[in-house]
Design a protein around this ligand. Sequence first.
Ligand SMILES: Cc1cc2nc3c(=O)[nH]c(=O)nc-3n(C[C@H](O)[C@H](O)[C@H](O)COP(=O)(O)OP(=O)(O)OC[C@H]3O[C@@H](n4cnc5c(N)ncnc54)[C@H](O)[C@@H]3O)c2cc1C
Length: 398
Amino acid sequence: MSRTALVIGGGIAGPATAMALQQAGIEPTIYEAYPEGADGAGVFLTLGSNGIDALAAIGADGRATADGFATPEITLRGAKGKRLGISKISAANGAPSRTVRRADLYRALYEEAAGRGIPIHHGRRLVSAEQSGTDVRATFADGTTATGDLLIGCDGVHSTVRGAVDPLAPAAAYAGLISLGGYTRGVRVDEEPGSYTMIFGRRAFFGYAVAPDREVWWFVNLPRAAEPDRGELAPITGEQWLRTLVDAFKDDAGPAVRILEATPVEQVMKASPVHLLKRLPTWHRGRMIVLGDAAHAPSPSSGQGASLAVEDAVILGRCLRDTRSHTAAFDRFVELRRPRVEKIVKQAARINNSKAAGPVGRLFLDSFMPLILRAAANSAYTEEVYGHRLTDEPAAAR
Ligand SMILES: Cc1cc2nc3c(=O)[nH]c(=O)nc-3n(C[C@H](O)[C@H](O)[C@H](O)COP(=O)(O)OP(=O)(O)OC[C@H]3O[C@@H](n4cnc5c(N)ncnc54)[C@H](O)[C@@H]3O)c2cc1C
């Protein structure tokens, strides 16, 4: 019986997994590469009904979603303002999806895990992991080591654990998009609080959600064919980004330019290239396993990466609780998770391709996007993705 686990990564999957393992009677310890908290961790994301339900299964939904707001659907528009369709992003029965600042979500999960007595060590970047017949040893960049019965890789899309599990594992691929976003107040938009709108603009993709206090939360996916070099985006100032983005959206209908012009430079969050991991052949070896983005990073267009990460956490906890060995538990985990996540990754890749399309491809968007959306908005698919309930599921055993 496995009693201790080294959980690598303190993002979303990490704390969620640690809490699920603790419920299963295993003692987890979290090791996070960054020296401290979640400040500066991207802009915001939407937790699907399914992700909220998965958080509820580990009793962490209240705190994790407290600072966000309900966004049950997304209105999609073309560059000329035409309404392309409505994408339902909530289950018919269940909590509506909620949009939360990423930093708030990370902090809430961290506090929830810490409050349950789970040790969390910051500034511990895993560099390698070796296993023997009886345990697994992690070595960190600061020269320290830790030993446990299991090592769970929750270390995101650029996972180090993935390479320890399988040295031939594919690396994450650049998705052809730069992502950034920000916040602004006092700008006029026609939409009501709780609305979420996305615009397939001529040169880039713009999304904005209106918070209950009418603050506008926005993000941009900017196509760029060449992957930026490491560190290339960091020196670009908020002011420079705002100029670039105003230029990108100046020929589109809708409030993008107005929102950007009203955004204070200090409210423009860090830009980052988007990476995906389409299919990972091997998720576990011996005492090590990967989950969340380390195992399957869908395009952000899925709106599901975080929710899937929490689902993984809950299911892994149940598999370890309900099976006799970690090997059987890991096999069962993959059996339960792979079909679902790969279906979602595939569907999201189609939308990502249209976002990253060049100027010519984008010209056709207004015509073919409704077709893609019709497939995506298929209510059976929406229910399959967002209506997936873990609070009802008794056990992972066959
Ligand atoms: C632009 C964008 C928008 C998105 N929007 C949404 C959305 O609306 N809805 C949604 O559900 N998902 C969204 N996602 C996806 C979502 O962010 C991810 O799927 C989710 O964060 C995955 O959680 P994770 O814990 O697996 O990885 P992460 O959240 O990336 O956490 C990984 C953690 O591991 C740490 N780490 C990395 N390497 C090491 C190491 N060697 N040692 C120790 N620690 C390490 C990192 O510092 C990090 O804290 C979006 C993603 C992007 C890029």
